[in-house]
Unconditional design. Structure first.
Length: 193
């Protein structure tokens, strides 16, 4: 992952924001046959290794989940920010300690303001790190008008995921974070019909 991310960072002139996540128990255990009983320690080890490799460090890690002795370098690139998919308190604390931010899924403004952002910010403070960025992803399906010349039974819907700053502009200045802009996420992901 680190080598691929640094390569993308190179070809995009240091514009990559790398998002990672745990996936889901049914995918990890049922589909891939891997253990999902310890997701937080697994992610902690993974982030520790990934952050070191992305920074160009020699990583000698003998953790609970991974044993790694490696170094990855790509000349002229900066470490991309690492964003972790997180909703629960343990993963939010881990993101605050080890990641540059989080991407929430269906969290809502109240959840972000009252739970996610304070949890990550406090964990980052305890770890001596700056408050991480946060972004909200909101899925929606939007029916479109019928295509000119098409019959009434030919309707299309676009399913999209939209990245929005974690709060509306009117209250963003009052919160202890810097909204992240992921404008490419507002492009259609899937067209049905």
């Amino acid at each position: 992952m680190a080598q691929q991310a640094l390569t993308v960072q190179d070809v995009t002139d240091n514009r990559l924001a790398l998002g990672i996540g745990l996936s889901h128990k049914f995918m990890i255990e049922d589909s891939l046959g891997l253990d999902y009983s310890r997701p937080i320690p697994h992610t902690r080890d993974y982030l520790t290794i990934l952050n070191g490799l992305l920074a160009g460090d020699t990583v000698n890690h003998d953790g609970d989940e991974y044993q790694v002795n490696a170094q990855v370098t790509v000349a002229g690139v900066r470490k991309p920010p690492v964003l972790v998919a997180a909703l629960g308190p343990a993963m939010l604390r881990l993101s605050g300690r080890l990641a540059d931010g989080t991407i929430t899924w269906m969290g809502g403004i109240d959840y972000l303001r009252d739970t996610a952002i304070p949890t990550m910010t406090e964990a980052a403070r305890k770890a001596g790190r700056p408050a991480p960025d946060s972004s909200q992803w909101c899925p929606y399906c939007s029916p479109t008008t019928k295509t000119p010349g098409a019959t009434s039974s030919t309707k299309r819907s676009r399913c999209m995921a939209e990245s929005r700053p974690t709060e509306p502009r009117s209250i963003a200045a009052a919160l202890p974070f810097r909204p992240m802009s992921l404008s490419s996420a507002t492009q259609p992901l899937l067209k049905l019909g």
